[in-house]
Design a protein around this ligand. Sequence first.
Ligand code: FES
Ligand code: FES
Length: 155
Amino acid sequence: MAKLNVNGRMVDVDVDPDTPLLWVIREQIGLTGTKYGCGVAQCGACTVHVDGVATRSCSMPVSAFNADQKIVTIEGLSPDGSHPVQKAWLELDVPQCGYCQAGMIMSAAALLQQNPKPTDDDINSEITNICRCGTYNRVRAAIKLAANGGEVGRG
Ligand code: FES
Ligand code: FES
């Protein structure tokens, strides 16, 4: 039995300790916004925040977490989709198929938390998520829009 703090709620889950956090989030807790892509910490589709740090949940066993750590999924990023990154994503129509986008948004939100005005190089080095649809240019533009408080500018 593990006790986790997910999106501000304490949850008890009864799973094998080796179970990846991703599957606990999706199958035990029922939050399916976090996606499975590669399963080997490469694509970033499974990104959540752990104490504010972008974390690839497919490759971390649930036993690595405790109730004192704050896990946030895409469902918990904001109560109503009003996080600046979510608003910028909508404004610039970033998603194509959408599969990678929850992970992209979580990675972008964590980046801006640590670095409120990232350069292109910062974004390129920190956002290593893979998008099969090639939305990278819009992802970069939306991160800069969010960094500018929703104002179009040089970022
Ligand atoms: S599913 Fe976790 S990084 Fe690809
Ligand atoms: S929007 Fe389709 S994989 Fe990224």
